[in-house]
Design a protein around this ligand. Structure first.
Ligand code: FFO
Ligand code: ATP
Length: 201
């Protein structure tokens, strides 16, 4: 039985109860870790998202990339086709608009599209909940799963999530579900936490 829907609802509810300060503080720590990872691995092209008020705030990472000439690609959703494409943004004001239907911020149509998924070194994903096999639950329309399945992407898949988004109930996976390589959280996850017992950040 598919349990994603129930787990998603539960964690969306929890997310709304969190103190704003906790979100701000955990976003700070997570951003520092991501920036360190980008520098250490000399990443040049990354896929990332524009956060809403409940998600890990990506602003600091975006500023870091813009000032260090690291190319930033943000998903733009085509609702009718149930698809998203990554577009390069160069400016956090002029290159973005609100997708009114989905209530997310995305690149404007005329931004340059990513030509080949292989060009991305890492994709940093929003997460609603995750489990100890690094299975991810997202916003529930399957945009990321579809993108990973339809594109030949070989880079890192890294979820940004608070500790409080950990589900100790295992998430049922479909065959199209894509597992993350890593979750970056404000706490170090205990050694025994991950099935493969390893972390590269
Ligand atoms: N910041 C951010 N950008 C992202 C995602 C995300 O989770 N967060 N996505 C991750 O996949 C994609 C968009 N996926 C979405 C999936 C579902 C809904 C959604 O359910 N929206 C509500 C309406 C808006 C609202 O009331 O909040 C809905 O349709 O009922 C929105 C976006 C691409 N960009
Ligand atoms: N590769 C795919 N091909 C066809 N349908 C898919 C694919 N991936 C996801 N879906 C469909 O999309 C819907 C939502 O999927 P799922 O619950 O995995 O979303 P999610 O991973 O939480 O959301 P998102 O990736 O947008 O953050 C499901 O109805 C699923 O059948």
């Amino acid at each position: 039985m598919e349990n994603k829907k129930l787990i998603r609802e539960r964690f969306l509810k929890i997310r709304k109860l969190l103190k704003k300060n906790y979100i701000i503080e955990s976003s700070e720590i997570i951003s520092e870790k991501i920036i360190f990872f980008i520098q250490k691995n000399n990443l040049k092209n990354i896929g990332i998202y524009i956060s809403n008020e409940y998600e890990i705030d990506t602003k600091k990472i975006l500023f870091f990339c813009l000032t260090n000439k690291i190319n930033i690609y943000i998903p733009r959703c085509e609702i009718n086709e149930n698809k998203m494409i990554f577009k390069k943004i160069k400016n956090l004001t002029y290159d973005l608009e609100k997708n009114q239907k989905l209530n997310i911020i995305q690149p404007i149509e005329k931004c340059e599209s990513l030509r080949n998924a292989k060009e991305l070194d890492a994709v940093f994903l929003p997460v609603v909940a995750f489990d100890n096999t690094l299975m991810r639950i997202g916003s529930g329309k399957g945009y990321y799963d579809r993108w990973f399945n339809e594109n030949e992407y070989k880079g890192y898949k890294i979820g940004l999530a608070q500790y409080t988004q950990f589900s100790n109930k295992k998430i049922d996976a479909n065959n199209f579900d894509v597992k993350l390589d890593e979750i970056v959280s404000e706490n170090n996850l205990p050694n025994s936490f991950l099935e493969n017992n390893q972390s590269f950040i």
